[in-house]
Ligand binder design. Structure first.
Ligand code: ADP
Ligand code: MG
Length: 259
């Protein structure tokens, strides 16, 4: 099994959109068995993929209130795509961690990944992270085979990525093999500032930048409003096609077979 953590401390850069659409494409076009883990207490990915309702999710697992992941996993309407939901209690978890009880929770997603691997239950786990380095986000980074950083192509992104790399580096004392696989430029459109910033990120060379960019289109916010992946809402819009192209690029670069 491969685990991808979608990480950026900034909000609104497209982490959730990327996690949801990557998971969707891997399950539908690539026929892989995918578990999307919602590690953000705002539960946006959960809201897009699951019917309205109250779910116990990652918070229960991280606080030791659930024995095993499979009690918490919910099937979606999409064949091959399951969700480990998020709920508000992920916030409470950080307060507990600040109080000194959190150490063990950092291991939760890695332990869970090992259990999933043993069960042979999924081919890929995609983790949608919150916009901060909370316990859930650290747990996701430590569990991942590859960290993917979506960015908006603007002046702040380059410095943001450099800072994030340093913070991820500081976790290497716990797990030296953490790997940042690449930066994914989101909401790309023709404009000098966007093109300059994207070029800067590529030239900087500290982190690889994926060749595929995700174009900006109103179909994406429309799809979140309709509580759907853009793949489902408007499969032939630019962003939906870009996510399929990027998923293929990702699988090739990660050495994963796909159809
Ligand atoms: P994050 O999870 O990083 O906070 P989201 O995925 O929730 O970011 O995206 C933030 C906002 O940007 C949402 O309103 C989303 O619909 C919009 N958005 C994301 N990707 C695109 C895109 N390619 N084109 C237009 N809007 C987008
Ligand atoms: Mg999000």
């Amino acid at each position: 099994m491969r685990t991808f953590a979608i990480v950026n401390r900034k909000g609104g850069v497209g982490k959730t959109t990327t996690a949801v659409n990557l998971a969707y494409v891997l399950a539908t076009s690539c026929h892989l068995r995918v578990l999307l883990v919602d590690a953000d207490g705002q539960a946006n990915a959960t809201q897009i993929l699951l019917p309205r309702g109250e779910y116990d999710g990652l918070g229960a697992l991280m606080r030791g209130m659930a024995i095993c992941y499979d009690e918490l996993v919910v099937h979606t309407d999409v064949e091959g795509l399951d969700v480990l939901p998020a709920s508000e209690d992920l916030w409470a978890l950080d307060l507990e961690a600040a109080g000194g009880e959190g150490g063990r929770s950092y291991r939760t997603l890695r332990d869970m990944g090992e259990a999933v691997e043993e069960d042979g239950a999924y081919d890929v786990m995609v983790i949608d992270c919150p916009p901060n380095l909370s316990a859930a986000c650290v747990s996701a980074i430590l569990a991942s085979d590859a960290v993917i950083i979506p960015v908006l192509s603007d002046a702040c992104s380059a410095t943001g990525v450099a800072d994030l790399m340093e913070q991820i580096d500081s976790l290497r004392y716990i797990r030296p093999e953490i790997r940042v696989a690449g930066v994914l430029v989101n909401q790309w459109h023709r404009s000098p500032v966007v093109e300059d910033a994207a070029a800067y990120l590529r030239e900087d060379g500290r982190v690889p930048v994926y060749d595929t960019v995700i174009r900006r289109t109103d179909k994406v916010p429309e799809s979140s409003w309709a509580r759907m992946a853009v793949q489902q809402w408007s499969p032939w819009c630019s962003a939906a096609r870009d996510y399929r192209a990027w998923a293929a690029e990702l699988l090739t670069k990660e050495g994963l077979n796909h159809e």
